[in-house]
Design a protein around this ligand. Structure first.
Ligand code: ZN
Length: 124
């Protein structure tokens, strides 16, 4: 099998990825995965997975349903859903509430500071 989050090849006897520490879901858990947090940036999604993994909760990154649009805008790093088994949803939610990671606003890019553009303008 391959790690669902980083793609590293792992043996079937491993319960967590040695590379990114993702905890692997059992086949029963895989059948009941629900979206815990939607439309996260790559960084926030990784933080969420890492945090939940430290509590031995399987958390898998998947593409948000609007992510295809973001890819065309060249911002494919945004639009990631993090899924957990439904049976662990409440526990995972409590963990994230204790260490909140804010979901992105749908129009986040309109409010984003154009830092690199501003530097270019100063030079010209
Ligand atoms: Zn991994």
């Amino acid at each position: 099998m391959h790690c669902p989050n980083c793609g590293k090849k792992c043996s079937n006897t491993q319960t967590a990825c040695p590379s990114c520490e993702t905890v692997f879901a059992t086949s029963e858990q895989l059948a009941e995965m629900v979206v815990l947090r939607g439309n996260l940036s790559e960084m926030d999604a990784n933080m969420t997975v890492s945090l939940l993994s430290s509590y031995k909760i399987p958390a898998y990154k998947t593409s948000h349903k609007g992510a295809a649009i973001n890819i065309y805008l060249g911002i494919s790093q945004y639009g990631i859903d993090v899924k957990v088994p439904q049976s662990m949803y409440e526990q995972a939610d409590e963990i994230l509430k204790a260490e909140p990671i804010e979901p992105l606003d749908d129009n986040w890019w309109e409010n984003k500071e154009p830092e690199s553009d501003a530097e270019d303008n100063e030079n010209s």
